[in-house]
Design a protein around this ligand. Sequence first.
Ligand SMILES: C[S@@+](CC[C@H](N)C(=O)[O-])C[C@H]1O[C@@H](n2cnc3c(N)ncnc32)[C@H](O)[C@@H]1O
Length: 253
Amino acid sequence: MLSASSRANRSWWDGNADDYQVEHGEFLRDAGFVWCPEGVDEAEAHLLGDVAGKDVLEVGCGAAQCSRWLSTRGARVVAFDISHRQLRHSQRIDLETGSRVPVLQADAESLPFGTAVFDLVCSAFGALPFVAAPARVFAEVKRVLRPGGRFVFSVSHPIRWAFPDDPGERGLTSDRSYFDRTPYAETDDEGRLAYVEHHRTMGDWIGLIVAGGLTVTSLMEPEWPEGHDRVWGGWSPLRGRHLPGTAIFTCSA
Ligand SMILES: C[S@@+](CC[C@H](N)C(=O)[O-])C[C@H]1O[C@@H](n2cnc3c(N)ncnc32)[C@H](O)[C@@H]1O
């Protein structure tokens, strides 16, 4: 049974997948592994290590561009997303490129996979900022990973919560508490929940990872690269010079 957050976000992503892919598809590339709006590329970052011959699961894959890149590097990939429309874009890219990525529709809080079947699990801003019960996601990831396996995921840097989601000057002045965990929620005309993001502080993330039985082995806070001027929502060169925008956690099982 889906939580209210997952239900709302599934509809929201179904309704917005087309615009998302039009806006960001070129930056993400059909077969590219971009971790975040700062442009950290797995081809250079090697956060997952050598993926050749590894069984890899991608969480909240969108159009599965990351998985498609991983398969070009010899990984055996499976990708899932809660949004059917996002997965249609993965199928569109399959048809356009002739490279097929196995995808399925699922909720990150309940993974339809056996125990200890993956060497690596990865997620680029997929699912984790949107779920109401992240502890379930970590427990599920731990379950499906083989012992010694790795989970690498990127999320909005928690400090961004304390600032307006605005790429301009306004986004440089804090207007709410970093410690306020009230979710950001949008409702439709009938007052029904239409979109939700859940905030976790840095300490919350660490606590969740540890409680899930995983060990944090590194935390990357990418700096805004010189000459990178692409704006993505609230991510911009202006804010990137002052504030971290992304946190990338590497964990081992
Ligand atoms: C910001 S997009 C990132 C997609 C992809 N990783 C990328 O970099 O383009 C977030 C994705 O998480 C998915 N998502 C949200 N909640 C989810 C959930 N509970 N389970 C699985 N996927 C979810 C959305 O459908 C969406 O495709």
